[in-house]
Write a protein that binds this ligand. Structure first.
Ligand code: NAD
Length: 323
């Protein structure tokens, strides 16, 4: 398999590339990434000389470059992660989100179609369904996104499906819940809170802290994408969840406990605009095909927090650059 991964210098993409290279020895990967503030080549320093990995710096909105990379490296499969991914940034300014997530995904699909790609996995999110008042969302439920981020992801998700319906491009859409694990940019909740506490700073909790998310360890997500790549059916959507719904406060208390801090380090701040209350996915479809999460939240959160504690030299420059 000659795999093109977009956004492979980000959090999930870099974990996925490492996972795939370690799992298969008959596969080559081209990582196509623009290197925005969220893209960090350091995430893949350990595998960059492995001989089956190539990095190309480029924008997913650049049709000619994407097309020439597909043809030069004989790409047959695309896993498309590249996106603007931080909800708070989309509230401050959504332009880049629409450009990258909608136009960029369209460009990737168009280039895939014109170059006869055999499998295109589009990485979407549970946020496209919006907040659930009661039951977990299934793949057949309607999309009802709230933020400019989730709306731009919903747009790209529907475009991807339209390329299957209209052109029979073998597209599969996956919608996953909140990921956590190593190499996540320290603006996102878990690395932000861990690094703040290590710096002696408080952790800002939105509103009451009662909003609920389902948490998926990033390696379980990589396993699920790999599973879908090999067992998924073109034109289908697959929800990927961790089965670990927690309030933001539960996550906060867990981090405080693991770092030996107390609740005096919590600072309640004004709620995020349009803050969805609860995301929840029914991932029975994927379960019935044979995939399920392997990592428990209690084990994987401890491993994750330890990783940030031990890798201060990874997150500190990113936090300083952001400040
Ligand atoms: P991230 O922000 O860590 O990484 C995004 C990567 O995409 C970066 O390397 C960045 O440089 C690259 N990129 C951005 N714009 C680009 C462009 N125009 N051209 C080429 N590359 C570009 O994101 P992540 O958390 O790893 O998320 C990956 C994907 O998974 C996204 O599509 C996101 O919507 C989705 N997702 C993430 C989560 C989560 O919890 N992190 C949950 C659900 C879905």
């Amino acid at each position: 398999m000659n795999l093109l991964v977009t956004g492979g210098c980000g959090f999930i993409g870099s974990n996925f590339i490492r996972y795939m290279l370690e799992t298969y020895n008959d596969l080559s990967i081209v990582n196509y990434d623009k290197l925005t503030y969220a893209g960090n080549p350091e995430n893949l320093k350990d595998i960059e000389d492995c001989g089956r990995y190539t990095f190309v710096q480029g924008d997913i909105c650049d049709f000619d470059l994407v097309s020439s990379v597909i043809s030069k490296y004989n790409i047959d499969t695309i896993v498309h992660f590249a996106a603007e991914s931080h909800v708070d940034r989309s509230i401050d300014g959504g332009y880049e989100f629409v450009k990258t997530n909608v136009l960029g995904t369209f460009t990737m699909l168009d280039a895939a179609l014109k170059n006869g790609i055999k499998r295109f996995i589009h990485i979407s999110t549970d946020e496209v369904y919006g907040s659930t008042p009661d039951k977990p969302f299934e793949e057949i439920d309607i999309l009802n996104p709230s933020s400019p981020y989730s709306s731009s992801k919903a747009g790209s998700d529907l475009l991807a499906l339209s390329f299957f319906t209209t052109h029979k491009l073998p597209v599969i859409v996956t919608r996953c819940t909140n990921n956590y694990g190593p190499y996540q940019y320290p603006e996102k909740l878990i690395p932000f809170f861990v690094s703040n506490l290590m710096e002696g700073k408080k952790v800002p909790v939105y509103g009451t802290g009662k909003n609920i998310r389902d948490w998926l360890y990033v390696i379980d997500h990589c396993r699920a994408i790999d599973f879908v790549l090999h067992n998924g059916i073109p034109g289908e959507i697959y929800n990927i969840g961790g089965g670990e719904e927690k309030t933001n406060l539960e996550i906060t208390y867990k981090i405080l406990e693991l770092l030996g801090k107390d609740e005096s380090m919590i600072e309640y701040v004004e709620d995020r605009k349009g803050h969805d209350f609860r995301y929840s996915l029914d991932f029975g479809k994927l379960r019935s095909m044979g995939w399920e999460p392997e990592y428990s939240f209690d084990d994987a959160i401890e491993e994750t927090v330890n990783w940030y504690v031990e890798n201060e030299s990874w997150w500190r420059p990113l936090k300083e650059r952001k400040a």
